[in-house]
Write a protein that binds this ligand. Structure first.
Ligand SMILES: NC(=O)c1ccc[n+]([C@@H]2O[C@H](COP(=O)([O-])OP(=O)(O)OC[C@H]3O[C@@H](n4cnc5c(N)ncnc54)[C@H](O)[C@@H]3O)[C@@H](O)[C@H]2O)c1
Length: 491
């Protein structure tokens, strides 16, 4: 189980050396039995053939092709479906494209029926998740849905009702849980070495390459993404819910758009910027889609179908999401989370401190220590593939460090085992569990597989935080009634 194709993440995201490791430390990968020879492969269709779909296409035409097969595409944009059809054909060793049938969003039920789809993989724009999940479940398919489960209260209720009424299965792909650094922190907390958790302090910083990317794409409109408190922080809130095995109950948030957006740029005297990155010279905040063949094929060559520009200037009008966010969350058993997210930092990574009655655990992750510029002043997306030869940084080296300190003892560093592939080693293990869950040799002691209730608890914090930003008041998650007539597993 090696050689993950690098189709797994956005090219603006950091790719530290650890993400290209091809072998994992002993004990990191779950063990699976071989599928019985009599078992038929499950039939998968992909809804949303943008960047993230690549990870699932790679898995189902490669490592997991023995247990699942791709049978159809669904997307409003035919150019993106056609591109993946070509990729799938190549990966399967066919003489040309795979020739899988293509459907638009209105054809979801037709596709599920005509192609006898067992599982719909939802990798579409966040705003569309709830409707696609609801319709797929009601049409008789199970669902694997990318985070965030949905973006608003109505979406939570729609999905909760569909699950309650159909009894079908929904997996939410929280890949961050599977990154060995995050799994190891869960093990430390679980072991009781720091005692009962009384509070968590969590700071996440996105740099001016990856952070800016949320302000170039559909994410910049809060109606599409729920803002970074839902789109991005749902990963982080899920981690905290899972690390401390508790439920968020009350949320207060403060924040705003203080760096990106046209108004901030004008105030800094930077109004005269090109409205997109391709073919212009907008400096380190611009992205030229021609710089990456996949960006070019999936977006620039697909623009004439839907007018979507993936390279908008982060300072162009229309940004309705925040770039500086602070959130306080009270947990049911009494712990408090203090959380902050910044999207224009000079480095990318996170720091988590977990305080317990017997001590403290501190995880520090540097995914990209600094943003490298080329000699034209543009940000270098993949320094390993670039002519620019910048030595690693000694002050902020790219590494993961987990330190545990018990009261009246010296701090100790806990070794983090190697994982494989992107997102801190999370993607590869996530895929194994998503496609081979029923073949696991033993139940996962860390309970990393996330179901819909976990997805709901994670977005609940972001949705409540968004409401708090509007009202200036704390929000009780129970008052949102996210589960309205669902199965009542969160409230
Ligand atoms: N877990 C992770 O680390 C991770 C990483 C990246 C993206 N994601 C998630 O994956 C999803 C897709 O993100 P992306 O970066 O690939 O975006 P993208 O813009 O590259 O792709 C989104 C696709 O959805 C399509 N689409 C729009 N409306 C649709 C509809 N009604 N039905 C079906 N398809 C529709 C678009 O045409 C596009 O092809 C998002 O929900 C995002 O949060 C998760």
């Amino acid at each position: 189980m090696t050689d993950q194709p690098r189709l797994d993440q956005n090219p603006t995201a950091p790719a530290p050396l650890s993400s290209s490791s091809a072998s994992a430390a002993p004990g990191v990968l779950p063990q699976f039995t071989d599928p019985p020879s009599s078992r038929r492969r499950r039939r998968y269709a992909i809804a949303g053939t943008g960047h993230r779909a690549g990870m699932y296409v790679g898995a189902l035409t490669g490592e997991h092709a023995d247990v699942g097969e791709l049978v159809a595409w669904l997307d409003p944009n035919p150019a993106r479906m056609a591109w993946y059809d070509g990729e799938a054909g190549r990966a399967l060793g066919l003489p040309g494209a795979a020739g899988l049938p293509q459907y638009g969003p209105d054809g979801l039920e037709t596709m599920l029926g005509e192609q006898a789809v067992d599982v719909l993989i939802v990798t579409s724009v966040d705003r569309t998740h709830a409707e696609l999940v609801d319709r797929a479940l009601r049409a008789g398919a199970d669902v694997i849905v990318e985070k965030p489960l949905t973006t608003d209260v109505e979406g939570c209720r729609l999905i909760s009702r569909a699950i309650a009424e159909t009894g079908r299965d929904v997996i939410v792909t929280f890949n961050y849980r599977y990154a060995p650094r995050n799994s190891t922190l869960r093990q430390v907390i679980d072991s009781g070495v720091i005692g009962d958790v009384t509070g968590v302090h969590f700071e996440w910083v996105l740099d001016t390459v990856h952070g800016a990317d949320y302000f170039r794409r559909w994410h910049r409109d809060k109606a599409n993404s729920g803002g970074l408190l839902v789109h991005k922080a749902s990963h982080h809130f899920d981690l905290v819910n899972w690390w401390i095995a508790d439920e968020p109950v009350r949320v207060f948030a403060s924040g705003g758009l203080r760096f990106y957006g046209d108004k901030n740029a004008a105030e800094r005297g930077q109004s005269d910027r090109p409205d997109r990155g391709t073919g212009t010279s907008g400096g380190p905040f611009s992205l030229d889609l021609r710089a990456d063949p996949r960006l070019d094929a999936l977006y620039l060559q697909a623009e004439h179908h839907d007018g979507y520009r993936r390279d908008q200037d982060p300072f162009a009008p229309g940004v309705t999401i925040e770039d500086n966010m602070a959130v306080l969350v009270d947990y049911r058993r009494g712990a408090t989370l203090t959380y902050s997210l910044n999207a224009h930092s000079p480095w990318e990574g996170y720091r988590v401190s977990v305080n317990g009655t017997a001590g403290r655990a501190e995880l520090t992750v540097v995914e990209r220590g600094f943003v490298q510029l080329d000699d034209q002043g543009n940000a270098v997306l993949d320094p390993s593939a670039s002519e620019v030869d910048a030595p690693p940084d000694d002050v902020r080296p790219e590494r993961d460090t987990l330190v545990v300190q018990r009261h009246w003892q010296r701090p100790e560093e806990v070794r983090i085992p190697d994982g494989i592939g992107g997102h801190g080693g999370g993607d590869a293990i996530l895929l194994m569990e998503a496609f081979r869950r029923d073949l696991l040799v033993a139940p996962d002691p860390l309970r990393r597989a996330a179901d819909y209730a976990d997805g709901l608890r994670a977005v609940a914090v972001g949705i409540a935080a968004n409401q708090s930003l509007v009202t200036g008041q704390p929000v009780h998650i129970a008052d949102l009634d996210l589960n309205a007539r669902g199965d009542g597993r969160i409230a």
